[in-house]
Ligand binder design. Structure first.
Ligand code: GLN
Length: 253
């Protein structure tokens, strides 16, 4: 990394720890060699470069995020380009719009999508499906046998009902009545899945997110270095150092 302002080893990924599958995400990321920590207070957010919003219950998570004074700081960091991965309820928290929301339910937003809560219906609260996800197929943490598919676990999951132009589809349901429904997306530094990769032992989604985080931070540090280099060309840096311009004091003469 040479003269980067932010070295890769300094990168820290937080997991929003107000509710839900917090420990599983911390374990998945630390198992990949990432530095991690749970985030419950606004000031703890300052210590991280990226964030995972776990699955759980978006209505509860929304209330707790507001009660802990996290809503505005989180919205600011998301708007500022912080990489964030939202799984299931986390996907709902990142959505700009919700179908099937409770009347007072709010989100953090950032993703130009409408998610439908509990989209797969009450009869099918939970199910698993092997999905083809080309973006993660060849990552190094693939389980034994290097499966070409990813076992996606859905638990009262949302799907993406509608999305803006900048949103890239990473995976859709492949069989059954919900075939074609969008369940994994990326837009810039934001990643979201309807399913729970933290419970399967296959950490390719986490690896993909970690790569996104390191790439985003490298780009930030390159931009900062470039900004510094440009400023070095200005007269501010061309002036001789202060010590050379200060006249010797009378006493010393
Ligand atoms: N149905 C939940 C919600 O609306 C999400 C479920 C999950 O995260 N597993 O928030």
């Amino acid at each position: 990394m040479g003269n980067s302002v932010v070295s890769d080893s300094a990168v820290r990924i937080g997991v929003l720890a107000v509710q839900g599958d917090v420990r599983e995400h911390l374990n998945a990321l630390s198992g990949l060699g990432e530095q991690v920590c749970g985030i419950r207070r606004p000031r703890e957010l300052d210590d991280v470069d990226a964030l995972v919003i776990p699955g759980g219950e978006s209505t509860t998570m929304d209330k707790l995020v507001r009660a802990f004074g996290l809503q505005e700081p989180l919205r600011k960091r998301i708007a500022g380009g912080m990489p964030v991965y939202g799984s299931c309820a986390g996907m709902i928290m990142l959505a700009d719009r919700i179908a099937g929301a409770l009347p007072d339910q709010e989100t953090l937003g950032g993703l130009d999508i409408t998610v439908r809560r509990n989209a797969f219906g009450r009869q099918v609260d939970s199910f698993e499906e092997d999905l083809h996800i080309p973006a993660i197929a060849d990552l190094t943490t693939a389980p034994r046998g290097r499966p070409t598919t990813f076992k996606a676990v859905f638990i009262r999951a949302p799907w993406v009902e509608e999305m803006g132009d900048g949103v890239q589809v990473l995976a859709t349901v492949e069989a059954g009545p919900a075939a074609g429904r969008v369940v994994a997306i990326r837009a810039g530094n934001l990643l979201a899945t309807s399913f729970h990769p933290e419970v399967t032992g296959d950490y390719r989604i986490h690896e993909y997110f970690a790569q996104m985080v390191h790439t985003a931070l490298r780009q930030t540090s390159t931009a900062l270095n470039q900004h510094c280099a440009e400023r070095q060309g200005t007269d501010l840096y061309d002036r001789p150092p202060m010590s050379m311009t200060v006249r010797p004091s009378r006493e010393k003469r």
